[in-house]
Design a protein around this ligand. Structure first.
Ligand code: NDP
Length: 319
């Protein structure tokens, strides 16, 4: 079904991403808005005809000649790389993609990673490599406390899914949240208390001026001995050198890491060869064109009608 044609898009949309397939996105967008001209950035001959930009990490100066821009859509949920730039056109609203399918995909990854630690699978993987039948009695899920840091579109969904597994889930966010069955805490004052109780910590915060380096050496040291760490948000939320040392000493028992301070993770990084670390290359969740195109089309039409777009980010908060 195409988006209701109560308005017709004006101008063209420019696409920039080195990670996403242009033709797939073009098809998905034109299925919603057949009249919308969708251009790969290399095809743009008249920058003033561009009213909308769907971008992931465009190069510096990208927007400079697009003087009629009305909407910037970040091709993903995390806007840290976009809001950190100083070449954004003033007054143009920025939205991000945040759809239920993305939250479901992320919840799947978090569920997999958390249950892997909760069921001591890394211990059995290591025992298998030694050819050892190493029985370890399963823990009662309720006795395993999982702290989910960040209870937004992705974190709230993951926290609910974890709670449904019978785990004890603690949530943490900036402002107070209510999630059925989850013990929610808010504000920096409560963070150390949450961390000190956690057997497994799942990081699902945006990277902002407030959250950069939030999990520094001291905070990581407050985790109970042997706790597991799962980071699916951004590498720079954590002091990676301190985390590596704490993983080497066993204070942090194990980690599942999808994101890193520097990506790709350099070939000589010690994390690659640590038995208690599982690495995936930043793919815990991705925007799915068919469903994301619906919200992009809806926002384009909102702009045409002079309305405020949905999923708008607040550059002053950084998310
Ligand atoms: P949202 O913006 O919906 O939610 C962010 C959550 O973090 C909110 O609960 C917010 O609190 C909380 N938060 C923000 N700042 C602070 C702070 N200073 N102190 C405490 N809590 C804070 O984000 P999403 O759930 O959509 O996404 C989270 C992050 O996941 C993205 O920013 C992105 O970096 C990452 N991501 C990673 C992917 C991957 O493949 N690895 C894919 C997609 C996203 P409040 O509720 O009060 O606003």
């Amino acid at each position: 079904m195409t988006t209701s044609a109560t308005a017709t898009p004006t101008g063209a949309l420019v696409f920039y991403s080195e990670f996403d397939d242009f033709d797939t996105w073009k098809r998905a967008l034109q299925a919603q808005l057949p009249e919308l001209q969708v251009l790969h950035w290399r095809e743009v001959t008249d920058p003033e005809a561009i009213h909308h930009a769907l971008v992931w990490k465009p190069p510096e100066g990208f927007f400079k000649t697009m003087t009629q821009l009305r909407l910037i859509i970040n091709l993903g949920a995390g806007v840290d790389s976009l809001v950190a730039r100083n070449d954004l056109p003033l007054g143009v609203p920025i939205t991000r993609i945040t759809d239920p399918q993305m939250a479901r995909m992320m919840a799947g990854y978090v569920l997999f990673a958390t249950l892997r630690h909760a069921r001591d699978i890394p211990f059995f993987e290591q025992a298998q490599r030694r050819g050892e039948w190493a029985y370890r009695h399963p823990r009662n899920p309720e006795d395993i406390r999982v702290a989910v840091l960040g209870l937004g579109e992705l974190g709230a969904r993951a926290a609910s899914e974890l709670q449904r597994q019978g785990l004890t889930v603690l949530g943490w966010s900036r402002s107070p949240r209510h999630i059925e069955g989850v013990q929610c805490h808010a504000g920096l004052d409560t963070l150390d208390g949450v961390l000190s109780q956690a057997d497994i910590v799942v990081i699902m915060l945006p990277l902002t001026a407030q959250t950069r380096g939030l999990l520094g050496r001291e905070r990581l040291a407050r985790l109970p001995h042997g706790a597991a760490l799962i980071n699916v948000a951004r590498g720079a939320l954590v002091d990676q050198a301190a985390m590596t040392e704490l993983l080497q000493s066993g204070h942090i028992g194990a980690a599942t890491l999808d994101v890193f301070e520097h990506e790709p993770l350099p070939a000589d990084d010690p994390l690659w060869h640590m038995e208690n670390v599982l690495i995936t290359p930043h793919l815990a969740s991705v925007a799915i064109p068919a469903s994301a195109a619906r919200q992009i089309a809806d926002n384009i039409l909102r702009i045409v009608r002079g309305e405020t777009p949905a999923n708008r980010i607040d550059p002053s908060l950084g998310y």
